[in-house]
Design a protein around this ligand. Sequence first.
Ligand code: FMN
Length: 342
Amino acid sequence: MARESIREWLAASPVRLAPMASYTNVPFRQVAVACGSGYTTNEEIDADALSRDNERALLSAQTPPPESGIDLGVVAMQLLGCTEETMVPAALRLVEAGAHIVDVNMGCPVPKIVKRGKGAALMRDVASTAQLLTAIRRAIPDTPLTIKIRSGWSDEHQNAVEVARMAQDVGVDAITVHPRTRAQLYAGRAPWDVIGDVVRAVDIPVTGNGDVLSLADARRMMDETGCVSVMIGRGALGRPWVFDPTYGALDDEAKYAYEIDVISRHLDLMEAIFAPNEAAFQAKKHLMYYSHGWPGATLIRRELFDKRWMSEVREVFAMRLRPLRPAGGVPFATSAASTVVE
Ligand SMILES: Cc1cc2nc3c(=O)[nH]c(=O)nc-3n(C[C@H](O)[C@H](O)[C@H](O)COP(=O)(O)O)c2cc1C
């Protein structure tokens, strides 16, 4: 049965890229998958926007055509919303558009989102959310349906276990837990014990997430909590090679060649997929992360930000940024994952 496939997909490649709005678009996901990430999730798609045929939502809901040469493998698409009227047709549209998995965002903490009852606000009203998930489940009976939750709304209102049990009861096939509360946003350490609590409470597969910066961290999270898979978010920005178990064993020269090859392929993909202005905008954002910790990169990043076209961005990368990459690699403590960009 198609819904059972999710267990195989999770087991086949247990560490994967977390969805990150305005970062985890097709080019970055393709790069992450090529480095070894398990199935990826696109950036959140607002069901209301999709119902209005909003251009950005439609773009996010597209899968690359076969002639593009891009192969993302299994694709999860994430929906943001709170009403059956928009979420049910949106889920159907995502399946039609090629989603192998539909994921419901129950963790987004952004004020303008939760104010409208979406994202993490779905964890506050468990009964209504149960109805919403039941309606989506009925509409897409053969497609794996997953949710991504936080530990709760606030320190005083932590209900990840209750929400997880409810989700299992209404037919959700797998759960990802990012164990910060909505009030914590991305600050402080993610209390992994909440992931273990959810694992023990349900029989469906649980993915853990939060503060994982390496495959060794991912292994530790799986050992400590019993989760079957792990998502890496900020720790993959500027270092998608985090998913490659062979990367750590490479010598400095091979690491350098590997990284430059990945960055170059990422630039090529952005140029191939996006309109010219969007390609340059995206490339600048990702180069900020790739060059994090490279000595002297701050000044050049400012220069980069004035550029409007990919040809200019590529020139700054090749002539100015790339020569700064330190021979021994970038010590991770100073690298991208310590920064939240949202
Ligand atoms: C810039 C940014 C955008 C994000 N966008 C989404 C999103 O669209 N959907 C979602 O479920 N989580 C989103 N998240 C949360 C991440 O998926 C992840 O749960 C969080 O960053 C914690 O994991 P980490 O410590 O590995 O980064 C976002 C996080 C960041 C930093």
